[in-house]
Design a protein around this ligand. Structure first.
Ligand SMILES: Cc1cc2nc3c(=O)[nH]c(=O)nc-3n(C[C@H](O)[C@H](O)[C@H](O)COP(=O)(O)OP(=O)(O)OC[C@H]3O[C@@H](n4cnc5c(N)ncnc54)[C@H](O)[C@@H]3O)c2cc1C
Length: 294
């Protein structure tokens, strides 16, 4: 399949790219890694009149760590660069461990963090990680920039807070959550496929093992990744023992309201969502107890 006709621009700087997005508005699409946009264009599910290729804007690809263990990642940073970064491994080991679940290495060699966030596939790992880790997204336009929290960015299936004329330039991960105990689980039919259901657990445990705060984030189960407050509340103040984990998993299953599609039924996603959440919690507790990860 070949895409419909389009005009192609390859600006060499962010201001140039922003001038083009201001000029063309919703007629234009940004091309980053092309791993989602090109298949959509080739199948003619997307027909932008203008493609603005940002791959020459090398200043948009960086991983920088600040003194408080926060990370700032340029939108054009390849997923493979995140996977290989010692700064990511040290400050956000959850990110380093979860990024390899995205497709295959060939896809991660081209796919970018910004492209994945902007595309907002409900089964994608990076949007869920952004929500779980309280990421902030920096959106630039010809008239300035704004900062949007992940919880306000993902609005629904393939829908974000980005407006015509805006480019996502950076994703920031605040330092506080990076050191919490974590677990990441997903189920898919074949390695490299999008997740049918996924769960991320983050636990802030005090010295005695009591849970100060918990974050349970689910993906692949609705239009956008979602936290499950009922499950989180069930864990706070407990030692997250097996009964607590089971109760939280049950709360996850009850809270989920997934759709059926060609990949899995709603009933399957509800049930397996609880199982994934329980296993992610088990991983987090094993990690907190110093056990090596299975
Ligand atoms: C076979 C295959 C398997 C895959 N498996 C997975 C998987 O398991 N998990 C997963 O998460 N993903 C998977 N992907 C998708 C992959 O991760 C993509 O890299 C990602 O979805 C999009 O990133 P990209 O840089 O390629 O963006 P592109 O395809 O270039 O762009 C995607 C969308 O985002 C917009 N965009 C891109 N960058 C910006 C920006 N900076 N500002 C504003 N808008 C922007 C584009 O206009 C477009 O609408 C898979 C892809 C393939 C082909």
């Amino acid at each position: 399949m070949k895409p419909a006709k389009f005009d192609y621009y390859a600006p060499g700087s962010l201001p140039e790219a922003l001038a083009l997005t201001a000029q063309f508005g919703d007629e234009a699409k940004i091309l980053a890694g092309g791993q989602s946009l090109m298949p959509l264009m080739n199948m003619r599910l997307a027909r932008p009149g203008v493609v603005i290729d940002i791959n020459r804007i090398s200043e948009m690809a960086y991983i920088s760590q600040d003194g408080n263990d926060a990370l700032a990642i340029g939108a054009l940073t390849r997923q493979r660069a995140m996977e290989r970064s010692s700064a990511v491994r040290e400050t956000f080991p959850l990110l380093a461990a979860a990024v390899p679940y995205i497709g295959h290495s060939q896809i991660r060699n081209r796919g970018t963090i910004g492209g994945s966030m902007a595309h907002a596939d409900p089964a994608a790992e990076l949007p869920a990680l952004g929500l779980a880790l309280d990421a902030e997204l920096i959106l630039a336009s010809a008239t300035g920039q704004r900062v949007v929290k992940a919880e306000d960015f993902f609005l629904g299936q393939l829908t974000t807070a980005l407006t015509p004329g805006e480019i996502l330039t950076e994703v920031r991960f605040p330092g506080t959550i990076g050191r919490w105990a974590w677990g990441f689980q997903e189920v898919c039919r074949r390695e490299g496929d999008f997740a049918l259901v996924g769960a991320i657990a983050l636990l802030d445990l005090d010295g005695s093992g009591a849970c100060q705060a918990a974050r349970i984030t689910m993906f692949g189960v609705g239009g956008a990744p979602a936290r499950i407050p009922t499950a989180e509340e069930r864990l706070v103040g407990t030692t997250v023992d097996s009964a607590d984990r089971e109760a939280a998993a049950e709360a996850v299953s009850q809270a989920l309201d997934p759709v059926s599609d060609i990949h899995a039924s709603a009933t399957y996603r509800k049930q397996v969502g609880g199982v994934m959440a329980r296993r992610a919690l088990e991983d987090a507790i094993h990690q907190a107890n110093g056990a090596s990860r299975p």
